[in-house]
Structures are given as structure tokens and as C-alpha cells.
Design a protein around this ligand. Structure first.
Ligand code: AMP
Length: 421
């Protein structure tokens, strides 16, 4: 049988890397808690309608990237391509839309999009995201952005830029489309083939086309020229408070995000270290989505950061990779018959919270020593014939290159003391 491999665009996160993942997850949990967010875990598969009814029929995620299949019961299900739609589904399903007040959630986990795999673009990737339901206040937007910037600094990301725009309310959307279509139809010939089609179907998508001629054609377009005065006011307040609080941001009149559900504030965190896929995270308000998905009218805002891209840009200190619970003690055996006693000794140490590996193979002591140093164990514990007769344990300190004998009755307490932080 040929060697089986992980699917393209998916990868194993091997033990050498998991410590880096745990570090960013732990930092995220700590920062989310500071802002009163609690973790939600939604299923990885959902009825496809959860996404088709929310992200927009024309959104690329829906038309080209969603993993869709029929389950055994004939239902059309999808692997979740993002977190917001599932969170809203759960919010409504729990009747939280009727309860009032604020709900602050965060999530960490895998998302799936059938994209052409490349650097920073995976078919299974991970997002760390947050959603707040129940506030339409511009200061909620500001607090969420502060949370995002605090996360970035806890993750030791430098060199990021926060791009900010407003997409207006639902009533403004037609005006924005018209504005963009009018300005671009004059330059239709310059646009790429896809964008020429988009011009009539979904002109906003042209603004985030990566083709140079399309970018040049759309230069100078400001979508906020077409938003209503209430939405303009909202944007003004967000910008004012960000400036007061010295949160660095850039107004990006082109930023439209890829999904239909966004209203008013939308934003992206860009990092030049990421190359072509330069968005580290993004989000925005979605004031109509809860109602659109069958709930009451509840305003909301959220963001998601891509964990793979985060790991590509964060400044790491050596201690991150080296930290974590690694075995401190190796229990060696002189002969195979000693293995059950070695297992017992290892269990006694684990009972005390000490990480330990025991030799379980019939193999020479030299090999065991090699393994102990490969594992980074500071101590090797063993009991040869002479130690057995004397009723002691031999403890070798691999760092100090010393050896001592510990009485049977006290070896555990001594090791505990030696390894106390
Ligand atoms: P989006 O909601 O599509 O803007 O996604 C939010 C963030 O998730 C992006 O800024 C990326 O960091 C990350 N992301 C999105 N799609 C992918 C992908 N296919 N592979 C890796 N990361 C992704």
C-alpha cells in the first residue's frame, strides 16, 4: 500500500510545534478573560444553510470554498468555513437573542476552506475569534479593537497595521454598490475578466481584487461617500475614540471584507511579513445578522485572527519552544525483570506531579542513558543489584555528573525537594 499522507492544504501539528500553539492559545485565553469574554465551542459541521443564509450567496467562501456534502440522512452539511455564522446560530438556538444584555464569546479552533493551498492559505486552518452581541455603541467597536491590539501585543506581534472602514447600514449598501459601479464602469476595459463580471453582479468585490489594473482603477474610491449620516456619525465616534486612546489605525476607504453580513465598522489587521496573503485578522459589525438568521434584532460585532499566520509573524523567544512539561526524571533498569518496579517508581513520581519516563525495553543501560539525555531528563533513577542489597536507590544527576544513594524510605521525598521550583 502506498504511504498515506495528509490531504493537501492540511497539516499535522507535531509535538515540536504544539508548544507554540499552546503559548498563543494561553495568551488569548488570559486576554479574553480580562475583557469578560467566555469560550464557546460550536460543532465543526453544520447544516449548510447556517453559512449560505449568512455569508451571502455570492461570497467566494460560499460559491467556491465551502466543503459541502450530503450526510447519510440526505442533509446538506458543511464544514464550517468561519466562526461567526455558527456563533449566531448558537446564540439564537439558546434564545439569547430574547434575553437582552451583552453576550461576549470567544472561540479557538479549525476552519475549512477549499482554497488553492499556498503560504498562509490552508484548507484546514485555525482561527482565534471573538463576538459580542447586544451593543450598537461605537465604544463597543473601540473596546473590541483595544482587545484585538492587546492580543497582538500579548502574542508579541510587531509591525501590524489596523485598517478601518465603514460599510454603512443595509440601506446604504445599494448606494455603495451604485457608487462603485458608476466609478468603475468608466474604466471597465482596464478591469480583469473576473472584475468585469463583478461590475454588474457584485461591484464591491472589485475593491479587494489583487490584480494591479483593478487596484489602480479603484484608487480614489471612498465607499463612505455613499453612507448615511447616522453611519457616518458612528464612524466618526469610533475614529475619535481610537485617536483619544492612541490606538494606531489607518482609514482604508477600500476595505470591504469578503462577506455580505458586515455593516458599519469593518477592519483588518495587515502584516507586511505575510507576503501576498497579508491579512492577519479581520472583522466588523454585523447588526442585521442575528435577525436575518431567525432571531430578534440584536446588534453585534466580532473578529477572527488566523493562527497559522499569527505563528508566521510573531516574535518568539527561545523559552516558548522550550517550555512545557518535559520529563525531569528517567527511571532506568539494569535488567528486564526490574521493569515492573521501574513502572511503579515512575507512577510514585507522577503521583507527586513530576514528569517522568521509565525504561520499558530489554536494552543496555548505555542506550537508556542516551535516551534520558535526549529527553532532557536531569535525573536518572535506578536500582542495580548492589543497591537492591543495600535497600537504596541510585540517583544520577545528569547536569552535575554526580551520583548519590537514596534510602528506600526517602528517595521520593528527596527527589521532590530537588525538583521543587
Ligand atoms: P477572514 O474572515 O476570511 O478575513 O479570515 C480571518 C483570518 O483568518 C484571516 O485574516 C487569516 O489570518 C485567516 N485565514 C482565512 N483564510 C485562511 C486560510 N485559507 N488559510 C489560513 N488562514 C486563513
Amino acid at each position: 500500500m502506498p504511504l498515506l499522507k495528509a490531504l493537501g492544504g492540511t497539516s499535522d501539528i507535531l509535538p515540536e510545534e504544539t508548544q507554540r500553539w499552546i503559548a498563543i492559545e494561553e495568551a488569548a485565553r488570559r486576554i479574553f478573560a480580562l475583557y469578560g469574554y467566555r469560550e464557546i465551542r460550536t460543532p465543526l459541521i453544520e447544516e449548510a444553510a447556517v453559512f449560505t443564509s449568512s455569508l451571502g450567496e455570492a461570497a467566494e467562501i460560499v460559491t467556491k470554498q465551502m466543503y459541502l456534502f450530503e450526510d447519510r440522512g440526505g442533509r446538506t452539511v458543511a464544514l464550517r468555513p468561519e466562526g461567526t455564522a455558527s456563533a449566531v446560530r448558537a446564540f439564537n438556538e439558546q434564545g439569547l437573542d430574547k434575553r437582552g444584555g451583552l453576550t461576549r464569546w470567544y472561540y479557538l479552533g479549525p476552519m475549512f476552506r477549499a482554497e488553492r493551498p499556498q503560504a498562509g492559505r490552508r484548507r484546514q486552518f485555525h482561527q482565534i475569534g471573538a463576538e459580542v452581541f447586544g451593543s450598537a455603541s461605537p465604544f463597543q467597536d473601540v473596546e473590541l479593537l483595544l482587545l484585538l491590539t492587546r492580543l497582538l501585543s500579548a502574542w508579541k506581534v510587531e509591525g501590524w497595521a489596523l485598517h478601518l472602514n465603514s460599510l454603512g447600514c443595509r440601506a446604504d449598501r445599494a448606494n455603495i454598490r451604485q457608487l462603485v459601479a458608476e466609478k468603475l464602469s468608466l474604466q471597465c476595459d482596464r478591469l480583469c475578466k473576473d472584475c468585469q463580471v463583478r461590475l454588474t453582479k457584485n461591484p464591491l468585490r472589485i475593491l479587494d481584487c489583487k490584480q494591479k489594473p483593478c487596484q489602480e482603477a479603484s484608487r480614489g474610491i471612498d465607499v463612505t461617500e455613499a453612507i448615511c449620516s447616522a453611519c457616518r456619525d458612528h464612524l466618526k465616534q469610533v475614529i475619535g475614540a481610537l485617536s483619544d486612546l492612541q490606538v494606531p489605525y489607518e482609514r482604508d476607504p477600500h476595505l470591504v471584507r469578503g462577506l455580505d453580513y458586515y455593516t458599519r465598522t469593518c477592519f483588518e489587521v495587515i502584516h507586511s511579513g505575510l507576503g501576498a496573503q497579508d491579512a492577519l485578522g479581520g472583522g466588523g459589525r454585523y447588526d442585521d445578522l442575528v435577525e436575518q438568521m431567525g432571531g430578534s434584532s440584536v446588534p453585534a460585532i466580532g473578529f477572527a485572527v488566523g493562527a497559522e499566520r499569527l505563528l508566521m509573524v510573531r516574535k518568539e523567544t527561545g523559552s516558548v519552544a522550550a517550555s512545557g512539561l518535559t520529563p525531569n526524571v528517567f527511571v532506568a533498569t539494569v535488567e528486564a525483570a526490574d521493569i515492573p518496579r521501574a513502572i511503579h517508581a515512575a507512577e510514585c513520581l507522577r503521583e507527586k506531579g513530576i514528569a517522568v519516563c521509565a525504561n520499558l525495553e530489554d536494552r543496555p543501560l548505555k542506550r537508556q542513558m542516551e535516551q534520558a539525555s535526549k529527553l532532557g531528563c536531569r535525573f536518572v533513577l535506578m536500582q542495580g543489584e548492589s543497591e537492591k542489597t543495600k535497600g537504596v536507590m541510585a540517583l544520577k544527576d545528569m547536569e552535575a555528573r554526580t551520583q548519590q544513594e537514596l534510602p528506600q524510605s526517602t528517595w521520593l521525598a528527596t527527589l521532590e525537594e530537588l525538583l521543587a521550583p
